[in-house]
Ligand binder design. Structure first.
Ligand code: JHZ
Length: 395
């Protein structure tokens, strides 16, 4: 019942920044996207082996995007105030930006990237350096942990390929009245904004509330609240409980989300065919713009060596001849080359933006923060380029 609607071509591992001597052995796969008529879930057609993406060399540090520190602090404060959990587990705890808001004697992390698991261990949080599975949930129980009142995950559940296994493992270790809260990019927002670059190897699925409602129910869990968030270009925070402790009534706000998605046509294949046409047009427009700039000898750099820009650059065939370099705040990305497109990644402090005519927003989700920081560039006549929602030049 899975129907393909989008082919984003040959793509590398989105977060695998490389040295020059690694180019020849770089791993590529075909990035195609499918819609499941039964569950309404949008997923990659072929998944990439998790170990190739999430390992000890993983470079995405949540806390190096400063606005996210505030986001996770506020999230933890809200959850503490509204639900007051006695035991907390985070799946995909990365560099501890959420964990650090909880006392370490009742909070644990799960993080398959060993480099990050070590960071949170050093912060005093017991961290299981493993992928989330039923087997791991059993192991955690056997280690003497009681069931958790709060299980939290941000930008992680959509990375898990087998959702039935993921949710049954959650059910296994969620306390009777506990809540499972997770946030991931919203499919509706992606379709509305044409932000096809949310699609890359790590994002095994792009979630709609509709599909999650279907899959969670199948696994004995119930979705009882949805918060629409602006982070990462539009995300949903999903709140889940055991199905047996609630009536079957769907709360109004969840119903509104389901209704909004239905009105948009999220359950219809045709919606995705229209989206695919929009993606193709975005590619044509961006390639045309960058080629014209090159012909008129304009200099372009990009800000934010994101996973999203891996998709854009490889799908559109953008390389160093069109975008000279990428700046990024992550030390582990600096001095390396971008996946597939092999554009040098540098520290923002090492370049004078006024030597460039245009800045492409690789991290368009931080548009306000970046344009605010780079006011000087605009005052000196510089211009920004974004491809979301349409290819546009602005200053
Ligand atoms: P950002 C990652 O995607 C991967 P990416 C992952 N799969 C996921 O789901 C999302 O995150 C949540 C830099 N930066 O957050 C820092 C600047 O250089 O859009 C980051 O490297 N200057 C886990 O990679 C990158 O940009 C700045 O001013 O698409 C932003 O990456 C700011 C604010 C950021 O996620």
């Amino acid at each position: 019942m899975k129907k393909e609607f989008l082919d984003l071509g040959r793509q590398p591992i989105a977060n695998k920044f490389l040295r020059e001597d690694e180019f020849k052995d770089e791993f590529f796969y075909n990035l195609k996207v499918v819609f499941d008529d039964d569950t309404k879930l949008v997923s990659l057609k072929d998944f990439v082996k998790p170990e190739l993406m999430f390992n000890d060399d993983y470079v995405y540090h949540t806390s190096l995007s400063v606005p996210m520190i505030k986001h996770f602090k506020e999230t933890a404060e809200m959850l503490m105030k509204e639900f007051n959990p006695l035991t907390v587990m985070e799946i995909g705890s990365n560099d501890g930006v959420f964990l650090k808001n909880w006392a370490n004697d009742y909070t644990i992390g799960v993080e398959p990237c060993g480099n990050f698991a070590k960071v949170t261990e050093d912060m005093g949080y017991q961290t299981y350096a493993e992928f989330w599975t039923t087997e791991l949930s059993e192991k955690i129980k056997n280690d003497g942990h009681v069931d958790f009142d709060l299980i939290y995950a941000a930008n992680c559940i959509c990375h898990i390929q087998d959702l039935d296994e993921c949710f049954s493992a959650i059910k296994n270790i969620l306390s009777k009245k506990g809540i499972f809260v997770f946030e991931d990019p919203s499919l509706l927002r992606m379709l509305e904004r044409g932000s096809y670059d949310q699609i890359y190897d790590e994002h095994a699925h792009i979630f709609s509330v509709t599909a999650l409602d279907n899959i969670l129910r199948k696994n004995g869990l119930i979705l009882f609240r949805v918060d629409n968030l602006s982070v990462h270009g539009g995300s949903n925070r999903i709140y889940v409980r055991h199905a047996n402790i609630l009536t079957d009534l769907i709360p109004e706000f969840v119903r509104n989300n389901l209704q909004k998605e239905k009105e948009f046509g999220i359950d219809k294949f045709q919606t995705y065919e229209i989206f695919a046409e929009r993606v193709e047009k975005s590619k044509e427009d961006l390639c045309k713009l960058l080629s014209e700039l090159k012909e008129s000898n304009k200099k372009v750099l990009s800000i934010g060596a994101t996973s999203k820009s891996t998709t854009v650059f490889n799908y559109c065939g953008i390389d160093e001849s069109l975008i000279e370099c990428i700046t990024d705040t992550t030390p582990d990305k600096q001095g390396m080359y971008s996946p597939g497109s092999h554009i040098p990644v540098v520290d923002r402090e090492s370049v004078n933006l006024n030597d460039y005519d245009y800045v492409f927003l690789g991290a368009w989700n931080f548009k306000e923060v970046i344009t605010d920081k780079e006011k000087d560039f605009i005052e000196n006549g510089g211009k920004f380029i974004t491809h979301v929602p349409e290819v546009t030049v602005f200053s």
